[in-house]
Unconditional design. Structure first.
Length: 113
């Protein structure tokens, strides 16, 4: 079971065990990361599961062919959009995500660059 670290708004890292087969959104919700709302339940119909992916991980998480047009359209509605923004309902947990680092919207990620 891979470990995923969520960087909270105050900069505190919160590391959780993430079961394979769940989305990162579901993992966040099951572990009390309240900043990840997921209002649409992961159906790609809102932007309330928006987060920032650490740059070392961003390209590795993109599906073959890049981000879907639907995800890009939904991200246009997100607050504080950044180059590494993703909707975490679209990121499925698998063993290869061991060590993934993401940040909730509004978190300072200055040291990521």
């Amino acid at each position: 079971m891979p470990k995923i670290t969520f960087v909270m708004k105050d900069g505190t890292p919160f590391t959780v065990d993430a079961p394979n087969g769940l989305s990162v959104m579901e993992v966040a919700q099951k572990n009390g990361v309240n900043e990840i709302e997921g209002a649409c339940g992961g159906s790609l119909a809102c932007a309330t599961c928006h987060l920032y992916v650490h740059p070392d991980w961003h390209d590795r998480l993109l599906p073959e062919g890049g981000m879907s047009e639907d995800e890009e359209d939904m991200l246009d509605m997100a607050f504080d959009l950044r180059d590494t923004s993703r909707l975490c309902c679209q990121i499925m947990v698998k063993d290869a995500l061991e060590g993934l680092v993401v940040a909730v919207p509004g978190a300072r990620t200055d040291d990521w660059d």
